[in-house]
Design a protein around this ligand. Structure first.
Ligand SMILES: [Zn+2]
Length: 575
């Protein structure tokens, strides 16, 4: 008896130690939600666009949709969500142990849930629904099938997105903390080290990127010590991890930086709330992401970063160097199975290099993280709320006359493009040159170099068009008078024996930020019918069922864009 309890106790102690704050994650309650071996195409905390990944991405067995998905533990269905983007078809199960599991991008729910969802969709006359069934209305035992793996919503291939959350507060937790069996003997890979050099008052002077060399068994070194001309420096690191049997470059679990053997900065990715997930743009080097699409973990916290995941030492992750001493740096990267890779090197100060003077380039405004910031020029005003910027940020606003006939204001460029913006901010652009008859067709467009302009919507406040946006960039007023397009993909006047009809819908402007996506409404003989929209492909599908009896019918499909332009497809068919 003693012998069998002992390993369990070690496990509990380890788990407690790992979480740091005494919260306990049961390691025996949850089973894998799939029956084939657990292979991951995404890990918890992985660096994604504007968020940390909130769960595990579990691969399908053969790369195709349809694998059965099982309840990881017994519980009742607390929520069902159907979305065109995002999670697609998602099921939430609340368990008696205080945790909730979430299964997303499902192809189908189990038959009784499918039927319930369809009833609710007809009741609400909407494909997208967000349902909270009564406790006990739908329950699952552990191992019972809850649906099938799919590719619905914003998913780039058949997989299961699986989350475990605290039921209270719905805070996502690293599912691997619950003892799920993922084989991983591979050490993380360290790709690049970025070095930041600051002047005495903390202004960034320059950055440089070094590629470490793998020496042996996960130990990386630099070819030579770093010789730097400034007194204050910091690092960021580009790194990934893979699990056994998978080549996917997934996220790491933790990072630690030691300076002269003293911990100076560390984080572990155990829990990240949805409220704080966007601070990823402070966690990473956002400029590198914008410019190169690469994600570097900063090894020091920016002032406005409110993520509660960090250990921060005396020097706050910065390293101070002087001419007398060499400082020794040890970076350690861990994956969840405690495979560790290290990068060790020395840094010293070299006065041979002339230290660059910190002549800050002129700018229109230095935005402060904890203040409301306002920037205006004739024809435009931008207002950022407190906490929008993560550090003291020079911001520029340039005005360029547009000779493009489809614009109704100058081009206003808020820069640099590589500045992360935490909250939506207001822009107001004067629209005096918009013709009266086109006022309701005018919108604010964001036009990036070499990309088609996207619509961020907009509403009139007096003579100004107002929109809420979430990135820097070039903004102008445009108008949209063109109706969306409806293309029949599977439709015929005789569809007897067919299982479905499909259309593709598209529009001339992509929608972003607070703009509204295409609205669509399908009617057969004047009665609303369900069309499901796959947001990523624009495919609109109706599955024939008891709602349309055999015989002759008339279909009307209406699609309406953000500015009220409407397309109608109307035709008779027999089924
Ligand atoms: Zn995912």
């Amino acid at each position: 008896m003693r012998i069998s309890i002992y390993p369990l106790m070690i496990l509990v102690v380890l788990t407690l130690a790992m979480t740091g704050d005494g919260r306990k994650y049961p390691t025996d309650d949850f089973i894998s939600p799939v029956k084939h071996s657990l292979k991951l195409s995404g890990t918890f905390g992985e660096l994604r666009s504007n968020h940390f990944h909130a769960g595990l991405d579990i691969k399908s067995e053969k790369g195709i949709a349809g694998d059965p998905v099982y309840a990881a533990y017994n519980g009742f269905v607390s929520r069902i969500k159907v979305e065109e983007y995002g999670y697609g078809n998602a099921l939430y199960i609340e368990h008696p142990n205080g945790f909730t599991t979430l299964y997303a991008h499902l192809l189908h729910f189990s038959p009784e849930i499918e039927a319930y969802v369809k009833t609710q969709q007809y009741k609400q006359k909407s494909f997208e629904v967000n349902l909270y069934p009564d406790k006990g209305q739908f329950s699952f035992d552990q191992h019972e099938q809850i649906g099938n793996m799919g590719n619905t919503g914003s998913s780039g291939g058949a997989h299961l997105h699986f989350e475990i959350r605290h039921t209270e507060g719905q805070i996502p937790i690293n599912p691997l903390l619950f003892g799920l069996p993922v084989a991983d003997q591979k050490k993380p890979v360290i790709q690049q080290l970025m070095v930041y050099e600051f002047d005495a008052s903390g202004n960034l002077l320059r950055t440089s990127v070094v590629t470490p060399r793998l020496q042996t068994n996960g130990n990386y070194i630099l070819n030579q010590p770093l010789a730097l001309s400034t007194e204050k420096i910091a690092f960021s690191l580009r790194t990934y991890d893979s699990q056994d049997g998978s080549t996917n470059q997934n996220g790491i679990y933790g990072l630690e930086c030691k300076v002269d053997n003293e911990p100076s900065f560390a984080f572990v990715l155990d829990e990240i709330s949805f409220e704080t997930s966007r601070y990823i743009n402070a966690h990473i080097d956002y400029e590198k992401k914008v410019e190169e699409g690469r994600y570097y973990h900063r090894c020091y916290p920016l002032e406005g970063n409110k993520l509660p995941i960090y250990f921060i030492g005396k020097e706050k992750g910065y390293i101070h160097i002087n001419t007398d001493t060499t400082r020794h740096i040890d970076l350690a990267i861990t994956d969840f199975m405690n495979n560790v890779s290290t990068l060790s090197f020395d840094i010293k100060r070299q006065l041979d290099f002339a230290p660059q003077l910190s002549d800050a380039p002129p700018c229109d405004m230095v935005a402060a993280p904890n203040e409301v910031n306002v920037l205006s020029k004739p024809g435009i005003q931008a207002v950022w709320t407190k906490g929008t910027f993560y550090e003291k940020t020079p911001v520029n606003l340039s005005v360029e006359k547009s000779d493009n006939l489809s614009t109704y204001s100058p081009y206003f460029t808020l820069s640099p493009a590589g500045v992360p913006v935490h909250y939506y901010y207001d822009i107001n652009i004067e629209g005096l040159s918009v013709p009266k008859n086109l006022l309701d067709k005018a919108f604010i467009a964001r036009c990036q170099k070499n990309e088609a302009c996207v619509s961020v919507g907009g509403n009139w406040i007096g003579n100004n068009l107002h929109a809420e946006v979430r990135q820097m960039g070039t903004y102008t007023i445009m108008v949209d008078t063109i109706a969306p397009r409806i293309t029949p993909i599977r439709f015929n006047e005789k569809m007897t024996g067919w299982q479905r009809m499909t259309f593709k819908i598209s529009d001339n402007f992509e929608i972003n930020d607070r703009g509204r996506d295409l609205l669509y409404k399908g009617y057969v003989d004047g009665e609303w019918i369900l069309f499901s929209l796959d947001g990523k492909t624009g495919l609109l599908t109706h599955e024939f069922d008891e709602h349309i009896a055999p015989g002759e019918h008339r279909l009307m499909l209406k699609v309406i864009d953000d500015r009220g332009n409407e397309a109608v497809f109307e035709k008779s068919f027999t089924l």
